[in-house]
Write a new protein. Sequence first.
Length: 328
Amino acid sequence: MNIRTITLLVSLLLFSPMATARIGTVDGIAFVVNNGVITLSEWQRELGLAKQEMNYLPPGQRLTGDELEDYVARVLITAKFQDAFAKQTGIYVQDREVDNAIYEIAARNGTDVETLREYIIYQGMDFNQYRESIRGQMLASRLQNEIVQSLNFTENEIDLFMKTADFKKIKDQLAKANAPQNKARHILIAVNKDKSEERALQEANRLRDRILAGEISFEDVARANSQDPVSAADEGNLGWVGQGQLMPEFEKVMVTLPIGEISQPVRTPYGYHLIRVDERRTGFQDNESMRNVAKEFYFRKKAAAKYDEWLNRMLSDVYVEKRVGTQK
């Protein structure tokens, strides 16, 4: 299994309120992980979520049966270890920091914490789980920064990286036929078993109306409401994207959308998107631009490798006892 994929999914889980359920007074134990446990309800919830996510992948890439269960188990075990390790090494997030973060989210939305709480509950989430999802996101970020903080590279390394097949693929994707590129942001309101098609569309339209009325910024809505956890953490930013990099329904609207305007809700297999294009340009053509791209991708690659190496080494010493039966 690709530990980098696992690490990414752990990050997504940490953004999800469903990943942070507390142990109830009555709940089974699915796994023992060192001195902690993964409850049966956590296991069943995340396995169900993973099965739903598989439906969005091409048939040849889907995991099923034991393979999917092993994958979800590894993700949950990794997340549990990261949380425990961070606390053991003094990397923690205090309650007041979580309170401050939630206060800032409420303030950016032009409201107070109590109103935000009511809105979270209205969306079908438990507010305590929402709090813990914020804490988990902050904790994971601090742990990863601690592990890779000493990372650096030389200009010679960049020279060599720019000659590799990997970078050629990146360059081809970014500058293919000098295709125009869009620097875009989006807000995703997902359609799933907890939110119907009608409800998701209504929410997308309501948020769009608030942005257009000047009540709140697109960036603040993306951070607080978008259900794409990766881009939401960066205020909905998708970076520079070119032809063929996004879903056809999304791309069709994006390439014709006037700069600075907000699209009507756009339906994709994931739900409804609000899109805004901030800039447009032709493909990367000058050496300086390509070198900056190389530095960014090389740092990401090197940081991921360093963190994955550390994580694999640490996970090899983790005690795991499986108590849940195989579910087909």
